[in-house]
Ligand binder design. Structure first.
Ligand code: SAH
Length: 370
């Protein structure tokens, strides 16, 4: 990195529209410059002020002197046999995060990370093994979509642009509240990505205060990682449940969606012999009577050293049928990108060693023990 770019510390990817307008005002410029620049950045994927031809040359030069547009750096791409792509992005501090692009017949979904690692320690998730490093900045969150759009636009073989975003990558989005909300606002902004609230989904393990806050400032779609029909089991699978038990979480979800027709997507990972019995399916039916919801069954995706196994297809089908017969819309999520460790719960598996080696190297350089 040159000294010049280190000096230009303001990264315009950190701003939503209101923030950018305020920043332009602070420069003595008209706030409507914000919408012009927002379009250049997010709709055209431009990172060079010189290309912003509807700004005067003087303003372009001024912007180039005080700001930059810097997304996370692409450090690796893997393409799955099913067309999914996993991108490894390197951040300025050397940390790496992953985003997954999942094309389907009628849409393409980008799975976005919100933290480097995660604090929640869910027993069946490989991100937990990595520990927690830090929250992502707004620029690093929206930067995943920004880079994805640029990469797809530059690739003639790419199936289709991103039409949906799910905050289901590494991390717990409600524990990085402000930056996640700002990034989701940009996803929905007409001058940025213009995704409707149905096409932006936040997935949470059930951070109740965060859910309550979210309801005040946002109306994105909601997914809840439930995974168990009773508190005793959920305490084991999702330790956060000890703080916010199922009843409180379901109440907060119900308040979030309100009285209308919106439903919460309930995610339920299928773990052989753990949470997949007929009785547990019936208990789940009972529980969900109090929440307008649909269920996504996620066949467990294994990772090294896990003791869990994926439920058999017959078990998953039977579990689905019980929910279905009780009137609950239930789909079984097809594992996507599992050949490149990009499926749910597998993020950070592949590159973790790499990161660790780097950490070890740094510790050695610093004279410590790895
Ligand atoms: N912390 C948020 C966002 C992560 S979303 C949340 O918990 O919702 C990632 C989704 O994948 C969650 O539903 C998670 O429970 C699920 N998941 C994690 N590990 C998995 C695994 N090994 N196999 C299948 N799904 C998994």
């Amino acid at each position: 990195m040159t000294n010049a770019s280190q000096d230009r510390t303001i990264n315009l990817l950190d701003f939503d529209r209101a923030g950018l307008a305020a920043w332009f005002e602070s420069l003595g410029e008209k706030p409507f410059r914000a919408t012009q620049v927002l379009k250049w950045i997010h709709q055209y994927g431009v990172d060079d002020f010189g290309a912003m031809t509807n700004l005067s040359r003087a303003l372009r030069e001024r912007l180039a002197a005080v700001a930059q547009i810097r997304g996370p750096r692409l450090a690796g791409q893997q393409v799955s046999a099913d067309g999914s792509r996993k991108w490894l992005f390197e951040l300025d501090d050397g940390n790496c995060i992953e985003s997954v692009y999942i094309p389907e017949a009628d849409r393409a979904t980008l799975c976005v990370s919100s933290q480097v690692g995660c604090t929640l320690n869910c027993s069946f998730c490989s991100t937990a093994r990595q520990g927690f490093n830090r929250n992502l900045t707004t620029a690093e969150i929206i930067g995943q979509l920004w880079q994805a759009a640029r990469l797809l636009a530059a690739d003639p073989a790419a199936p289709r642009p991103v039409s949906n975003v799910v905050m289901m990558g590494m991390g717990e989005p409600l524990l990085n509240f402000d930056n996640v909300v700002r990034a989701m606002d940009l996803m929905q902004d007409d001058f940025a990505y213009a995704l409707s609230k149905r096409r932006v989904t936040l997935s949470t393990a059930g951070v109740v205060p965060g859910l309550r806050e979210l309801g005040k400032v946002s109306d994105v779609s909601l997914a809840l990682s439930l995974h168990a029909p009773d508190d005793a089991l959920r305490n084991e699978l999702v330790p956060l449940n000890r703080r916010y038990p199922i009843g409180e979480v379901l109440d907060a979800c119900r308040d979030y969606v309100g009285e209308g027709r919106r439903r919460v997507t309930v995610e339920y990972v299928m773990l052989d012999g753990i949470n997949d019995s007929d009785a547990q399916a019936r208990a789940l039916v009972k529980l969900l009577r109090r929440l307008p919801s649909k269920v996504n069954l996620i066949p467990f995706n294994p990772f090294p050293d896990t003791l869990y196994r994926r439920s058999s297809q017959a078990r998953i089908d039977r579990f689905r049928d019980i929910l279905h017969n009780a009137g609950i819309v239930t789909i079984t999520r097809r594992p996507r990108g599992d050949d490149i460790d990009a499926a749910c719960g597998q993020l950070a598996g592949e590159f973790r060693d790499r990161t660790r080696r780097r950490e070890q190297r740094l510790v050695q350089l610093a004279g410590g023990k790895a």
